[in-house]
Ligand binder design. Structure first.
Ligand code: GAL
Length: 731
């Protein structure tokens, strides 16, 4: 059993003059380990340590990953705090900086909040290390005028652990909290639901701003009478295809107090695809001489469709019914091909280049799906097949999403007697899975680590690299994500901290991958260490992760997408790409329990626009079987995707940053420029598009194309909502 480490606690109050009656707990008692009795009274605290609640526990001398710890914070909640508040029904306990990683909070022995999940939970461990917590707690759990105990049980999966960033705070709940207001959009309306924790009579006012025209398009109001504990709902009509900003104000008519919520409903900008055939993919595809070619022609339109291709080199054939290019050829060169797709609504012809050459792989960034951001370690063959089927049936495959990649947690704990890697019982038939994917024109990806174990502590490739590469070939693997993680132990053992030490494990696997008679996309994952972008291509990598893991929060998207990409544009190009991690749209969760992405609709438009500008890998991270029309709209806009799949392969750079807006732009193969104008401020802002482009040094001759709406821009001033984007193409 782990020996307990001890810590202590203390409660602290800010002087009333400083802050109206809020209780700020900057210190507390801490004890490593886990005992349910620690949530309540009667605990011997003589061996607990006093720690700050604003800093992780490790720098305060309390180590240990994969471990629990408990805080006990005590404070008198004065009667005056309740008396002076306009509403007395509830308090708020908040930890706004986050808790590393997951936590359960108890007030006087009763569980009042939980964020993330613990390893023993049914869903498995889910880190919520940087999520702010704000728990609404009924006031009758408080002992007014007496000492109260806030006990916080924390699990630390990795890194520093504990409450950090901001102190634990207690305050009286205001009107906004007590209304329990949630907003839900339906096809043609927006529903405002209340679960009130106070009884109140008031007025709800809805103001609708049309972002594209920057004008208020509607104002509606209704009277409501809310009864504590009785849910209520009111609905207003709404158009899902406009980009609107809603401002919902509830006014307590008795007290004259108002609470306002800003809300942007999911809006779908991508126009519906025509019923006649349309090509939505890259204008070239490449393979090495002799390697199997698998390319499902990304045409949308009514099925069935019939395909022909003229100019195919010997060895490559077209499945005319399913539109899959297949076979292998040793004829090196650029083969000009004319594709033709025909359905009941019409026929279209498309020029296309098939490039065969030793460096012809990954001419454009990969598009597909990966299991990690949705299923985490709960991935199974069934779940992979379910998303792959949905890629085909939802039409995503008609936009070029082709790789189906299993991330961590497919490996059995033991290799077979001859050292061959074996899948665990969640993956009964790897070869069969590969064959099925290929038969449908999809590709098969897998994950491993150069370490003895992977990040999720599954079997890694250390010492078995050649055998693993051969096994991948036998299963028909087309993509390997190779994740550093536990290789750190080997790295330390070898003790070579020079650049060569970082490169070594990736070079070893490269040699064995290259020896296989098929093209295996080589994706490095080591979070950007030793400036991987400077040497990734030299070890045959087709992409390299440039950052730590992404999560579905604005902070993470901002840091990874904007913060860390600014200087990386020189390193991307056809065959070798910077990888800012997988997509966080749709239903994600990193576990068996999924939720909608916590990004707002505008943040999701920003995410997809930016990733296309960055020429990033486009790996969908959600359960595709549960995909909704909003997410499909984000992923299936052929004008938007054409930027990411542009053959020039130049990554965008930031050409203007005025503190509110950033403009990122990249040149495209046809001489035009793609530019994203991003509002990175916390406010909705009016933008003069032409002036801003000019300021960024981008001159437009002729109309400016609005890529999401697939039309030329009419209004050159518009509102770009907070964290939103205008994504443009200019001649
Ligand atoms: C991390 C990696 C994630 C995921 C995970 C699996 O190191 O960055 O993308 O692959 O390991 O355990």
């Amino acid at each position: 059993m782990r020996k307990s480490i001890f810590i202590l606690l203390l409660s602290a109050f800010l002087p009333a003059a400083l802050q109206a009656q809020d209780i700020v707990l900057e210190e507390g008692l801490l004890h490593k380990g886990d005992d349910p009795a620690w949530k309540g009274p009667g605990v011997d605290e003589s061996d607990w340590l006093t720690v700050s609640t604003t800093r992780h526990w490790t720098p305060q001398g309390v180590g240990g990953e994969y471990d629990y710890g408990w805080y006990r914070l005590k404070a008198v909640f004065p009667e005056s705090m309740r008396r002076s508040a306009p509403y007395r029904d509830a308090i708020i306990i908040s930890m706004l900086g986050g808790v590393d990683d997951s936590e359960e909070t108890f007030l006087n022995g009763t569980l009042v909040g939980k964020t993330g999940s613990m390893p023993e939970d049914q869903t498995g461990f889910l880190s919520a290390w940087n999520w702010p917590r704000r728990y609404l707690v009924p006031a009758d759990l408080v002992r007014w005028g007496e000492e109260n105990l806030i006990a916080i049980r924390v699990y630390n999966g990795a890194d520093a652990g504990g409450i950090h960033g901001d102190a634990v705070r207690v305050s009286m709940a205001g009107l906004e909290d007590l209304l329990g207001m949630t907003i839900r959009e339906r096809e043609q309306s927006v529903d405002i639901n209340f679960s009130p924790m106070t009884s109140v009579k008031g007025m709800v006012r809805l103001e609708v701003t049309d972002a594209a025209t920057s004008s208020i398009s509607a104002v509606m109001s209704r009277k409501v009478r809310l009864k504590k504990g009785s849910p209520a709902q009111i609905s207003f009509p709404l158009d899902l295809h406009r980009q609107t900003i809603l401002r919902i104000t509830f006014t307590d008519t008795g007290k004259g107090i108002s609470a306002t919520r800003r809300y942007v409903p999911k809006y779908i900008l991508t126009p519906e695809a025509p019923a006649s055939p349309r090509y939505n993919g890259p204008l070239a595809y490449g393979a090495r001489p002799g390697s199997p070619v698998i390319f499902r022609l990304p045409f949308s339109g009514t099925m069935p469709m019939h395909f022909t291709a003229e100019g195919l080199p010997e060895g490559i054939t077209l499945d005319a019914e399913n539109g899959i290019l297949q076979g292998a050829t040793t004829r090196e060169g650029r083969h000009a091909i004319t594709l033709q797709a025909t359905n009941s609504e019409g026929s279209v012809s498309q020029s296309f280049t098939l490039v065969i050459g030793p460096d012809a792989m990954a001419l454009t960034p990969p598009m597909g799906w990966n299991s990690w951001n949705c299923w985490g370690t709960s991935v199974s063959q069934e779940k992979v097949i379910s998303s792959a089927r949905a890629i085909l049936s939802s039409g995503l495959a008609d936009y070029g999403y082709a790789y189906i990649n299993i991330d961590d947690a497919w490996q059995a704990p033991q290799r077979s007697d001859d050292g061959t890697i074996v899948p665990n019982d969640k993956f009964p038939d790897m070869k069969g899975l590969g064959d099925w994917l290929h038969a449908n024109g999809l590709k098969f990806g897998i994950y491993s680590s150069p370490g003895s174990l992977t990040c999720g502590l599954y079997t890694g490739s250390l010492g078995h690299e050649q055998a693993d590469a051969q096994t991948y070939n036998a299963w028909g693997i087309d993509y390997l994500k190779y994740d550093w993680c536990v290789y750190q132990d080997e790295f330390n053992r070898l003790g070579d901290y020079s650049l060569e030490g970082y490169i070594l494990p990736y070079r070893v696997m490269q040699t064995h991958l290259r020896a296989q008679p098929r093209d295996i996309f080589y994706s490095l994952c080591q979070y950007g260490m030793a400036d991987v972008w400077k040497w990734g291509a030299s070890v045959g990598a087709h992409s390299w992760r440039t950052t730590p893991d992404i999560t579905d929060s604005w902070a993470s998207l901002y840091e990874i997408g904007f913060g860390r990409q600014k200087d990386l544009y020189p390193y991307a190009g056809p065959g070798h790409w910077n990888d800012p991690d997988m997509l966080i749209v749709g239903k994600v969760g990193w576990s068996s329990s999924l939720r909608d992405s916590r990004l707002t609709p505008d943040e999701q438009y920003t995410h997809i626009s930016l990733w296309n500008l960055l020429a990033a890998n486009m790996l969908i991270g959600c359960d595709v079987a549960q995909i909704d029309s909003f997410t499909l709209g984000l992923l299936c806009n052929h004008e938007v995707n054409a930027v990411g799949q542009d053959l020039l392969g130049r990554q965008a750079r930031c050409v203007l940053d005025d503190g509110t807006f950033q403009v990122w732009a990249r040149p495209l193969a046809d001489g035009s420029t793609a530019a994203g104008i991003f509002n990175l401020s916390g406010e909705d802002r009016r933008a003069d598009i032409k002036a801003m482009l000019e300021q960024a040094g981008i001159r437009a001759e002729g109309p400016i194309r609005d890529l999401w709406r697939q039309e030329d821009l009419h209004d050159t001033t518009c509102i770009i909502p907070t964290h939103g984007v205008r994504f443009l193409r200019l001649k």
